[in-house]
Unconditional design. Structure first.
Length: 114
């Protein structure tokens, strides 16, 4: 389980590293993989998601890194509350696998700056 926090109107990005083993000595090569990650108020609800993360497999040229990002324009449209999310990845032409689930928490900005 992962928790990602954001402030409405600000972009958020979170990078995860994937490993083949618990000792984290064998990186999982994401070359050729694609991903999809949606935010929903209730897991499994039908209809359009509240938002969708952009997913970058092999982020920053690191083969086992996957980045989720949500631009500021999209976070501005979300309410300041909790959402469920999951992350699916799939090799080219392969079946998708859920590798991560968690919560996204939105908050309002506290300090007002000119």
């Amino acid at each position: 389980m992962a928790t990602i926090e954001f402030v409405r109107g600000e972009g958020v990005s979170r990078t995860f590293r994937l490993w083949r083993d618990r000792a984290m000595t064998q990186p999982f090569d994401l070359t050729g993989y694609t991903g999809k990650s949606e935010l929903r108020v209730v897991p499994g609800e039908s209809g359009a998601p509240a938002a969708q993360f952009a997913v970058e497999c092999g982020a920053d040229g690191v083969a086992n890194a996957v980045r989720l990002s949500l631009p500021s324009a999209q976070s501005a449209l979300l309410a300041a509350k909790s959402y469920a999310f999951d992350l699916f990845i799939a090799p080219a032409g392969g079946e998708p696998t859920c590798i991560l689930r968690g919560t996204v928490r939105g908050a309002e900005r506290v300090t007002i700056w000119p």
